[in-house]
Unconditional design. Structure first.
Length: 130
């Protein structure tokens, strides 16, 4: 079981649709390679087509702590900051992504603003998470 890159405590596993993710209740979630794409696609299918709430939806840009260096829970190498739309995530090219609390919600919210979202062309996470 990986440790949280923020507090170093062991994370617990939770099912998010058909994906098992590692969760630190206080700080965020760890997603292995490809899981960010799977989780956002699961959310797209669960939400379905356009809903009236989408008319009033606005972009969410969580704050970014540029002074914080996080290490990958799998290899302990320093993760890099990557911009995914309006959200900046911590990324280990070899193992996965760390999302602070609220960042997954922001990514899913912002995806619904993309006009191609409902046609199944989600955020270009394939390049980031392959």
């Amino acid at each position: 079981m990986p440790s949280c890159p923020v507090c170093k405590e062991s994370m617990k596993e939770e099912k998010h649709g058909d994906v098992t993710i590692d969760v630190c209740d206080e700080h965020g979630i760890w997603l292995d390679q490809k899981e960010l794409f799977q989780v956002t696609e699961n959310e797209r299918h669960a939400q379905g087509e356009f809903v009236w709430a989408d008319v009033f939806r606005s972009k969410i840009s969580p704050p970014v702590d540029h002074d914080r260096d996080l290490c990958c829970p799998a290899c302990d190498k320093k993760m890099t900051l990557e911009k995914v739309g309006a959200v900046t995530i911590d990324w280990c090219r070899e193992h996965g992504v760390w999302l602070d609390n609220g960042e997954l919600k922001a990514i899913n919210n912002n995806l619904r603003l993309d006009p191609t979202y409902f046609r199944g062309v989600a955020l270009r996470l394939r390049e980031l998470c392959y």
